[in-house]
Design a protein around this ligand. Sequence first.
Ligand code: CA
Length: 118
Amino acid sequence: MTPEQLLSIKHVLLRAFTVAKNSRKDMSNQLHKDFVIYDTFQTFLSYVYRYLELWAAFLNLDTDCSKVVSMEEFVKAAPIMESWGIDMSDPVHQFQLANKDCSSSGLSFEEFCDWAIL
Ligand SMILES: [Ca+2]
């Protein structure tokens, strides 16, 4: 992982922030809708950790550094994902499940996270 890749975690933090602030059940207070507050901060930190792991995994799959994982990259990395405990007996099917917008270019980080977390 290059230093530039490590510095490009803004979207990781934004995703963790969004999930954490939306995890609060009581949304009657506007403060709870817009901010991570004391009781959601631990959730935020756990999501930062989880999404950083996913970001590192995504970068390993994105071998041409295009910020999307193509089907070719995805299929080629099937043994790696199998070692993570994911059933990759049909990698093309898994790619199709993850590629929610059916983009021909490949999987975005968000699509990869949604697929990996399910
Ligand atoms: Ca790529």
